[in-house]
Ligand binder design. Structure first.
Ligand code: FES
Length: 119
């Protein structure tokens, strides 16, 4: 029998690389985790829909704590990248993903904020 699959509204990843940890990303991850638990936003809670994972370096080490999010939209997979994330911003990002609303623009960088670099 395959593992149980949980459909989610999105997946948030908080960098735990050394530079982001030096800027408080371990505490940020813990605080966000507690928030998803308390607000029943975590995918395994009734009515919850979010995954949250620690990640390795996301490549924006001088601007951490870094967070990225992936979610499914009608137009396809959306990704959003954030730098200098604090708990209030992380909580707003999580709420937007859960509700399927527009993601906060502040501190966002990446594919929807600037043209992708050519390989
Ligand atoms: S250590 Fe977090 S982006 Fe590199």
């Amino acid at each position: 029998m395959p593992p149980l699959y949980f459909r989610t509204s999105g997946h948030l990843l908080v960098c735990q690389g050394p530079n982001c940890q030096a800027r408080g990303s371990a505490l940020l991850h813990k605080a966000l985790w507690n928030h998803l638990e308390r607000q029943s936003l975590a995918y395994y809670k009734k009515g919850g829909s979010l995954r949250l994972t620690e990640s390795g370096c996301l490549g924006s080490c001088s601007f951490g704590p870094s967070l990225c999010v992936y979610r499914r939209r009608e137009s396809g997979l959306q990704e959003a990248w954030y730098a200098a994330v604090d708990f209030p911003l992380a909580a707003r990002i999580a709420q937007a993903v859960h509700e399927g609303t527009e993601l906060p623009a502040e501190h966002q960088y990446g594919p929807e904020q600037q043209p992708a670099l050519s390989p």
